[in-house]
Design a protein around this ligand. Structure first.
Ligand code: ZN
Length: 427
């Protein structure tokens, strides 16, 4: 402890003896003390009190002039007092910011506001890159003087910029799921932004056949199927002024299968959407444009939802229309139903997808089967089973690769004429 009593005054004196600091940088070192004032006011108040105290000590005993001598060039306020006792001296620049912090903040505000004005967004967060030269010098002082009451320069910049963005651009701060992340580089005085993706949870129904999820093109660049789910959600891309659109569905049915019932969950991801002020009504309007595909809007969700719907264990209910080589009877079908109640099926990767997928054996369960003879050669089946079961192969057996199969049980060839997913049940 020196001649000056009191923690803040004595600590400030020690620091300013060695390091010149501007009001803001000094105030930040004691940010925990005093409420509802800026670091500039806090730093200025400490300096004023310090100089008043020194003035008092010098008035009592002129020997105390050496105290003022120590900090005179480093304090840069109250020139009349300094000049009176020390004559004209050259003030030194702030050790942390070289007296540039006020200008830096103004410059960064301009850059951030310019950048954010390019988009139509609602929420933001500001992040300041770590380890800037200013931050390193600040940490030097903090560890040298063992300070525990400081606020980091990164936090101060974030707060100062954040306040201005809120008032000048009208965006709200949001730390968990912001529309945009503004990254500030204090060394280069550079501002970069990353727009976070927008995720929309929907369900889709396919009322027709030969509809793929995403657009398929042949090697000649021709559409393989005339219609895709992607076609119907694509208007969202321009609505949100997005750069890219991705579909994340909870599984997939065959292209020739209809998707009925309550539909299949789908998350539409819009990347780099420059307009996030789109209303639910506008989304609904953009989605209502196909007779064969229905997209049912559910809600806006967060990124984690994509993983969630992909990992969900779903049960499926299928309807199949099947042609038999031989005439069948209702009795035979009843015994098939019994045989395939709660039955584990072993499936090697179907021949039709072998080109794209590894040849493995997997096991899936059939929970129950209901059947109806349309005529003695034509049967309608309802099959409830695990997601991921290849249901066409369950019927025709795929040359023995799926076992047991309906074909194997009935002892005759079967052909799937129609396949519909009529329900997807979350397990
Ligand atoms: Zn400074």
């Amino acid at each position: 402890m020196n001649e000056l009593e009191g923690y803040i005054v004595s600590k400030s004196f020690e620091i300013l003896r060695k390091y010149p600091l501007c009001d803001r940088c000094l105030g930040r070192l004691f940010a925990r003390y005093g409420l509802g004032m800026s670091n500039v006011v806090r730093g200025r108040a400490i300096k004023v009190l310090l100089l008043m105290e020194l003035h008092r000590l010098i008035s009592n005993n002129v020997k105390n002039l050496n105290l003022l001598n120590d900090i005179g060039p480093n304090i840069n306020i109250m020139p009349q007092l300094i000049n009176k006792y020390l004559g004209s001296i050259q003030p030194r620049k702030c050790y942390i910011c070289s007296d540039r912090l006020e200008d830096i903040i103004v410059e960064l505000i301009g850059k951030v506001v310019d950048e954010l004005s390019r988009f139509k967004l609602k929420t933001f967060v500001i992040s300041v890159l770590k380890n800037s030269e200013m931050e390193k010098r600040e940490l030097e002082i903090i560890s040298e003087f063992k300070l525990d009451s400081w606020e980091s320069i990164r936090r101060e910049i974030k707060r100062e910029l954040g306040k201005k963005v809120k008032t000048l651009v009208g965006l709200e701060p949001e730390f968990k799921h912001p529309d945009i992340v503004v990254m500030v580089d204090l060394d280069k005085l550079d501002v970069k932004t990353v727009i976070t993706p927008t995720y929309i949870l929907c369900r889709y129904l396919k009322l027709g056949r030969n509809i793929s999820q995403v657009k398929w093109f042949t090697s000649d660049g021709v559409r393989k199927y005339p219609l895709a789910i992607e076609d119907v959600v694509e208007p969202l891309k321009s609505l949100f002024n997005a750069e890219d659109i991705r579909l994340h569905a909870a599984g997939r049915e065959d292209v020739d299968a209809r998707m009925l019932g309550s539909g299949r969950q789908l998350v539409v991801e819009l990347r780099n959407a420059k307009n996030k002020t789109v209303s639910v009504d506008e989304v609904l309007k953009a989605l209502s444009n196909s007779e064969l595909i229905l997209i049912l809007f559910d809600r806006f969700v967060e990124s984690g939802y994509v993983r969630e719907i992909k990992l969900k264990n779903m049960l499926k209910v299928y309807r199949l229309l099947v042609l038999s080589e031989k005439p069948l009877t209702t009795d035979l079908l009843r015994s098939l139903e019994r045989e395939f109640t709660n039955r584990v099926i072993s499936q090697r990767t179907p021949t039709r997808v072998l080109r794209r997928r590894k040849d493995i054996v997997r096991f899936r369960r059939v929970y129950n089967v209901k059947s109806r003879l349309v005529n003695e050669y034509l049967i309608e089946f309802l099959v409830k089973c695990d997601g991921g079961l290849y249901v066409k192969e369950l019927v025709h057996g795929d040359g023995g690769r799926t076992t047991p199969s309906f074909s194997e049980f009935l002892g005759c060839g079967l052909k799937v004429l129609e396949l519909d997913v009529i329900d997807v049940i979350s397990n």
